[in-house]
Design a binder for this molecule. Structure first.
Ligand SMILES: NC(=O)C1=CN([C@@H]2O[C@H](COP(=O)(O)OP(=O)(O)OC[C@H]3O[C@@H](n4cnc5c(N)ncnc54)[C@H](O)[C@@H]3O)[C@@H](O)[C@H]2O)C=CC1
Ligand SMILES: O=C(O)[C@@H]1CCC=N1
Length: 277
């Protein structure tokens, strides 16, 4: 993919790095990307070797730096102290694309100015392999081409959806933003349960990993609903039914997941509460 103009990525950690990997894999020119990341790492070395410009701080940027898209990928807890540094890019021709949990469009407008074009997005780490899910919403200052530019960036690394109602992003953050972590925990729990059922640990871990990856691919490719795919595994009076009777009991997985998602949604709202310095 091509981007019109250049891209500045602020924060090249797990999520910013995953997006950048995805973009480079999709053909974004490394020369079009500048990264601000204070902490040195082999990942940054690799990026430099591929032609990406990497600096430690906003003050190290060349004066000519005039990005079309500024991707904000630092922790929400760092935002208050840092976001004001980027006011220098606030103008109609530059869109800010924030992936920070909880931080609202109004928050960025108060830090960057009412006229700053801002898109708030919630991606997830499978973007690194082109299988992400991102939900986006924009403020009124973001032009149609700027929304389209943000859409293209995130569509290049997975599926996208837009919402008008920004408040939905807290639940989105809980479900798809953090979702990969719950799936990885499922792998860990399945493997541990296998070990407790007598399997050698390396075999149990492989079974759990391949089973979840295969099931993910199946649900991705199949036209049936997940509930039908589940039924396809569940033979009458068979073994799976015994496990599902436990997992689908009144105190089974659903109430647990509902509580987990409610807790994450609440935390996303809390993270939105602070104000820029
Ligand atoms: N990790 C995930 O799965 C997801 C994370 N997010 C959001 O992405 C953002 C980043 O999260 P992670 O990548 O997980 O955190 P991280 O801690 O891995 O990455 C943040 C990066 O920002 C760098 N940084 C700190 N201060 C900086 C500054 N002043 N200027 C530039 N860079 C600075 C840190 O060195 C670090 O590499 C957060 O706002 C989070 O809510 C959103 C969706 C999913
Ligand atoms: O845990 C977090 O706060 C971030 C947002 C979604 C995934 N990781």
């Amino acid at each position: 993919m091509k981007i019109n103009g250049s891209l500045l990525l602020i924060g090249c950690g797990k999520m910013g790095g995953a997006l950048l990997e995805g973009w480079l894999a999709q053909g974004v020119a490394p020369e079009a990307v500048t990264v601000i990341e204070p902490f040195e790492s082999p990942v940054l070395e690799g990026l430099r070797a591929r032609g990406v410009a990497v600096v430690k701080a906003v003050t190290d940027l060349p004066e000519a730096c005039d990005p079309a898209v500024v991707v904000i990928a630092i922790k929400p807890q760092m935002m208050d102290a840092t976001i004001g540094d980027y006011r220098l890019f606030a103008k109609a021709s530059t869109v800010f694309l924030s992936i920070a949990a909880g931080k609202t469009l109004a928050y960025f407008q108060s830090a960057l100015g009412e006229e700053a074009p801002i898109v708030r997005a919630m991606p997830n780490t499978p973007a690194a392999v082109g299988r992400g899910m991102t939900v986006l919403c924009a403020n009124g200052a973001a032009s149609a081409p700027q929304r389209e530019a943000c859409s293209s960036l995130l569509s290049a690394v997975g599926e996208t959806a837009w919402v008008e109602d920004e408040s939905l992003l807290d639940a989105v953050t809980a479900v798809s933003g953090g979702g990969p972590a719950y799936v990885f925990l499922l792998i860990e729990c399945l493997a541990q349960a296998g070990i407790e059922a007598g399997l050698p640990s390396d075999l149990a871990e492989r079974l759990a990993r391949v089973t979840v990856a295969g099931s993910g691919e199946l649900v991705h490719q199949a036209s049936e609903a997940p509930s039908q795919l589940r039924k396809n595994v569940t033979s009458p009076a068979g073994t799976t039914l015994e496990a599902l009777n436990v997992l689908m009991a009144e105190d089974g997985l659903q109430p647990l997941m509902t509580r987990a998602i409610a807790a994450a949604t609440r935390r996303s709202r809390e993270l939105g509460q602070s104000e820029p310095a």
